[in-house]
Design a protein around this ligand. Structure first.
Ligand SMILES: [Zn+2]
Length: 477
């Protein structure tokens, strides 16, 4: 079929000049493609990858033109009504140009402009209909790409990866700015969603019928983010009269229902659905975000809740404060670590002795009771003469005694509950891989924005930020 023939047919069934040209473009594209791939087909050193690249390169202009055409049609159809107060606009004039970067390259649009007497502002209703914010130079899809890539990798890489994979050219600084803008938008949206969870907790919980009672598991942890290169030189700087930049804590939390935790065929623990929070805005921010997330995940309907974490004091304060009904459990591996510290005080560098001493105690701690283990340690303590060993052992035993009620691992294992906070620890490790790269400088605001984007992605709420993804279910990935 040749271009002229299709163009003639186009005259019959299509009425506008623009749709004819699009049809023509499609035919020309097909012809061009057939020409160029012929060389690839006969080329000995060219494979499917070359064909993919060629088809992608050739069809880009067609995709751009098609997007421009539909965008223009939508702009033309948008009534001159204020998108904010919905009143008709006055002094309406047409032909106001705007260009922006789309998924397939630069697009030019003409829109109507009118004055809203109520808002006392000039309005472009088409911009609103197309999802173009006032200052945005990029389409919603490009905004999304910038946000996603910047939250997953350093900006300088993100810019190169975006161009390589999609052909969209976005300089580093522009991509950085766009991602932060989206991240700040995500922070505002998170605040709204958390506010809803506080105001009407019954409405944000899981709407489905709860057939089986479940426990809500909550885990939290923190890691610190590199701020400046002076790390480790605090004392030297202070001696020189300088106050170094502090490391900043990133607080993270996760929550899931116990019955959503299972195992793979290989025995690895998996959680089918869980909520994440991450913030650099301090413990109070974490507490409120984590509570809102737990409510959204069904805390209100849970038969009980359990907070598992390492021994940090702030965690238990947070738990007492915001999850007063929840049981508390010290991470098992953390308890073992403190038990081992007693052993190291007793046996020094003799690793074999330490191992022999530790093994039965760890078993007892796991399968019998913490009280039994602590009693044995106290008996040992009574035999140690005063000195650094006694001081060290006393400190560790005191720690274990303090957490005694949080160490009922036997019951936990019987009920099929986790004894460790591995779920949050692995989440923190993943986040650190992204955020702790050498030479990276982070600002508090920029961090919070990127962390927030990451939680929208992980919580399967990306579509709330970028509604064009509303039919795309991330949990199926
Ligand atoms: Zn208005």
């Amino acid at each position: 079929m040749n271009a002229t023939l299709v163009a003639e047919r186009g005259c019959i069934c299509e009425s506008t000049e623009q749709s004819e040209s699009l049809t023509l473009k499609a035919v020309r594209l097909a012809e061009r493609l057939e020409q160029s791939v012929r060389q690839i087909i006969v080329g000995a050193d060219q494979n499917l990858g070359d064909m993919e690249m060629e088809v992608e390169r050739q069809s880009r202009e067609f995709q751009r033109a098609a997007t421009e055409k539909v965008a223009q049609s939508k702009a033309d159809l948008t009534p001159p009504v204020c998108p904010v107060c919905h009143r008709p606009l006055s002094q309406v004039s047409a032909g106001h140009e705007r260009t922006f970067q789309s998924r397939f390259g630069e697009i030019r649009l003409e829109r109507k402009r009118g004055y809203c007497k109520r808002c006392k502002k000039w309005r472009f209703p088409a911009d609103h209909a197309l999802g173009l914010e006032e200052s945005a130079g990029s389409s919603p899809r490009v905004q999304e790409m910038a946000a996603l890539l910047a939250s997953k990798m350093p900006v300088e890489e993100a810019s190169a990866v975006m161009e390589h994979l999609t052909g969209v050219k976005m300089p580093r600084a522009t991509l950085d700015r766009e991602a932060k803008r989206q991240g700040e938008r995500a922070c505002r949206l998170r605040e709204q969603l958390d506010e809803q969870a506080r105001q009407s907790p019954a409405q944000v919980g899981q709407p489905e019928m709860v057939l089986e009672p479940y426990q809500m598991i909550i885990q939290t942890d923190a890691w610190n983010i590199r701020e400046r290169d002076e790390w480790g030189q605090t004392e030297r700087l202070r001696r020189a009269g300088q106050e170094p930049e502090r490391w900043h804590w990133v607080y993270m939390g996760t929550c899931f229902r116990l019955n959503q935790r299972g195992k793979t065929a290989g025995g690895r623990a998996v959680i089918s659905e869980r909520g994440f929070v991450a913030t650099r805005a301090g413990i109070d921010a974490l507490r409120e975000q984590l509570h809102a997330e737990a409510m959204r995940r069904g805390l209100g309907q849970a038969a009980g809740a359990l907070v598992i974490a390492d021994g940090a004091v702030w965690i238990w304060r947070l738990a007492d404060d915001r999850f007063p009904e929840a049981r508390q459990r010290l991470d098992f591996y953390h308890a073992v670590h403190h038990l081992a510290a007693v052993g190291r005080a007793l046996f020094g560098e003799d690793k074999e002795k330490l191992r022999q001493w530790l093994r039965p105690l760890v078993k007892q701690l796991k399968n019998q009771s913490a009280i039994k283990v602590i009693h044995q340690l106290e008996e040992i303590l009574a035999t140690i003469p005063s000195g650094p060993t006694l001081v060290e052992a006393t400190k560790e035993i005191h720690y274990l005694r303090e957490h005694q009620k949080r160490m009922d691992y036997r019951t936990a294992l019987r009920c099929g509950e986790p004894i460790g906070s591995g779920a949050i620890e692995s989440t923190c490790r993943q986040a650190q891989c992204r955020f702790k790269r050498p030479g990276q400088y982070w600002s508090r605001q920029g961090d919070e924005a990127l962390l927030c984007l990451e939680t929208f992605w992980r919580n399967n709420r990306w579509h709330l930020l970028f509604p064009h993804n509303r039919h795309f279910d991330l949990s199926k990935n």
